[in-house]
Design a protein around this ligand. Structure first.
Ligand code: SF4
Length: 235
């Protein structure tokens, strides 16, 4: 049975598989999907720790695998510098950004709308322009309350498959991989952040919830920007 059939109980696998088995499983998932989708498989790199693990795994499967980054006018300078380093090293990474005008401090008054304009729209454009049939993400089911019901392979939009190859990894295993394989991360993690986003919507927190520092003080607190919850294909 191929891994892409997705028949296994992921909650069991989170606890049952050891680190090495998870690494092998993730690589096998990417490899199977790359055989199936070829160049229409593309990694969405958010520049966070989970994404850089997925990017590193994908490069081990095949150096030709392409990626895209969505950035916004509100990303911290450290993240922009980190993004520029990644793009210089991997020119097969395309950068997407929205220049649409937004009302002042829309991130305070309507963060969902702000994310729709600055994040979801550029992801849609990337998927369209790069001819993506399978996008690969760094989602993990242990990361927060909004991320518990995903599958390793899923089709939330008709004609667009989403592969979540490290879905069953724990936060500790992500750091284990980054340390063992010497993968560089955004230096903001060194300041104490556990989940990275735009400057006005990201704070350092110390509780158990990894995403608790996102959108503090809004209805979106600890939530999602929308790229994993909104439709991404217009047709
Ligand atoms: S994270 Fe904040 S600033 Fe960035 S797009 Fe979303 S609401 Fe706007």
């Amino acid at each position: 049975m191929g891994l892409l059939e997705g028949k296994e109980d992921l909650k069991v696998l989170v606890e049952k598989l050891n680190f090495k088995e998870k690494v092998e499983r993730s690589k096998a998932l990417i490899s199977e999907a790359y055989k199936k989708y070829g160049d229409s498989l593309v990694v969405a790199n958010s520049l966070g720790k989970d994404s850089v693990v997925v990017w590193d795994l994908a490069k081990r499967v095949d150096p030709k695998i392409r990626g895209f980054v969505v950035t916004t006018r509100f990303k911290p300078p450290e993240t922009i510098k980190f993004m520029n380093e990644i793009v210089a090293k991997y020119p097969e990474t395309k950068v997407y950004k929205s220049d649409a005008e937004t009302p002042p401090e829309l991130y305070k008054s309507d963060p969902d709308r702000c994310c729709d304009i600055l994040k979801v729209e550029p992801v849609k454009r990337a998927i369209d322009e790069m001819g993506v049939k399978c996008w690969v993400t760094g989602l993990r089911c242990t990361e927060g309350r909004t991320r518990t019901d995903y599958k390793e392979i899923e089709e939330r939009d008709a004609g667009l498959t989403k592969l979540n190859p490290i879905l069953i990894w724990k936060e500790r295993e992500v750091w284990q991989y980054l340390a063992l394989y010497g993968v560089k991360v955004n230096p903001l993690y060194g300041e104490g952040y556990r989940s990275l986003g735009c400057s006005p919507c990201t704070k350092i927190t110390t509780g158990d919830n990894e995403r608790a520092g996102r959108w503090i003080g809004t209805s979106k607190c600890g939530g999602e920007c929308g790229i994993h919850t909104r439709p991404l294909k217009s047709i």
